[in-house]
Write a protein that binds this ligand. Structure first.
Ligand code: 13P
Length: 260
C-alpha cells in the first residue's frame, strides 16, 4: 500500500521569524502523527534555517525549483547538488507558476526532472490543465503531454522514482478545489498512462493532489483510490490548517472513514 504524503509549498512566503514560529508550533504536534510522510518546501534563502529547525523531526525538506545543469555561469540559478548539500530530499519541478510565469515548457521541466534524479533528489513533478483547457475537454491530453515529456527523457523507472502532483491551474490559490471525483478521474488517468509502460511502477508511484486543499476538504480528497496525499500552498503557511490536512492523511483517519 502507498503511504500518504503531504508536502507544503510555501512559495515566495516566509521569513526567519515567521518560519521559526510556524515550525515551533507545527513540529511538536506532527510528532504525534503516524503513517504520513510530511515535507515542507521553503524559498531558497531559508533552506539552511529550515533544515536546522527540522532536524530530528521526521519532516523532510524540499526546494521549489532547480536548474537544468549542476553548476556554472548561470546567474541566479540553483543546482541540485547544492540542494542536496543543504539537506533537501525533494524538489518541485514544473509547478504551474514556473510554467506560466517563467515560461518553462514541458522539455525544460523534463530536463529539470532528470537533473533532480541525477542529484539524488526526489522530483515532485507538477502537472495540470488551465480552465480554458478543461472547458475544451483537453484535461487528459494536456496532462498526458506533460507526463510524456518526462517519460521520453527519464523513462518509466525514472518517472516512478519521483512523485507526481496533479494541480489543476484553475484550482491553485483560487479557493476553488477540484471535486474529489474530478481529481480522482485525472489521477486514475495518470495511473493508467503509467500502467501502459509498467504496471508495478504505476501502482507504486505516489500521486498527490494540489489546488486549494484545506482542512475541510482534505479528507474527501485523500479518501479517493488514486490520491496519495496533497501538495499544499496557502494552507501550509499556518500551523493549524497544515496540521489538520496532515491528520486527514493519517491512516487512523482513513480507518475511521471506512468504519463510521
Ligand atoms: P494552494 O493550496 O494555495 O491553492 O496552492 C496549491 C499549490 O500550488 C501547491 O503547489
Amino acid at each position: 500500500m502507498r503511504r500518504k504524503r503531504v508536502i507544503g509549498n510555501w512559495k515566495m512566503n516566509g521569513g526567519l521569524a515567521a518560519n521559526r514560529r510556524l515550525l515551533d508550533e507545527l513540529l511538536p504536534q506532527l510528532a504525534a502523527l503516524q503513517g504520513v510522510e510530511v515535507a515542507v518546501c521553503p524559498p531558497f534563502p531559508y533552506l539552511a534555517q529550515v533544515a536546522a529547525l527540522l532536524e530530528g523531526s521526521g519532516v523532510a525538506l524540499g526546494a521549489q525549483d532547480l536548474y537544468t545543469v549542476e553548476k556554472g555561469a548561470f546567474t541566479g540559478e540553483v543546482g541540485g547538488g547544492m540542494l542536496r548539500e543543504l539537506g533537501c530530499r525533494f524538489v518541485l519541478v514544473g509547478h504551474s507558476e514556473r510554467r506560466s510565469l517563467f515560461g518553462e515548457c514541458d522539455e525544460v521541466v523534463a530536463e529539470k526532472f532528470a537533473m533532480a534524479l541525477r542529484a539524488g533528489l526526489v522530483p515532485v513533478l507538477c502537472v495540470g490543465e488551465t480552465l480554458a483547457q478543461r472547458r475544451q475537454g483537453q484535461t487528459e491530453q494536456v496532462v498526458s503531454a506533460q507526463l510524456q515529456a518526462v517519460l521520453r527523457r527519464s523513462g518509466i523507472q525514472g518517472l516512478a522514482a519521483g512523485v507526481i502532483a496533479y494541480e489543476p491551474v484553475w484550482a491553485i490559490g483560487s479557493g476553488e478545489t477540484a471535486s474529489p471525483e474530478q481529481a480522482q478521474a485525472v489521477h486514475r488517468h495518470i495511473r493508467a498512462l503509467l500502467g501502459e509502460f509498467d504496471r508495478a511502477c504505476a501502482a507504486a508511484t505516489p500521486l498527490l493532489y494540489g489546488g486549494s486543499v484545506k482542512a475541510d476538504n482534505a479528507s474527501a480528497l485523500f479518501a479517493q483510490l488514486d490520491i496519495d496525499g496533497g501538495l499544499i500552498g496557502g494552507a501550509s503557511l499556518e500551523a493549524a490548517s497544515f496540521l489538520a490536512i496532515c491528520q486527514a492523511a493519517s491512516p487512523r483517519q482513513e480507518q475511521e472513514r471506512a468504519q463510521p
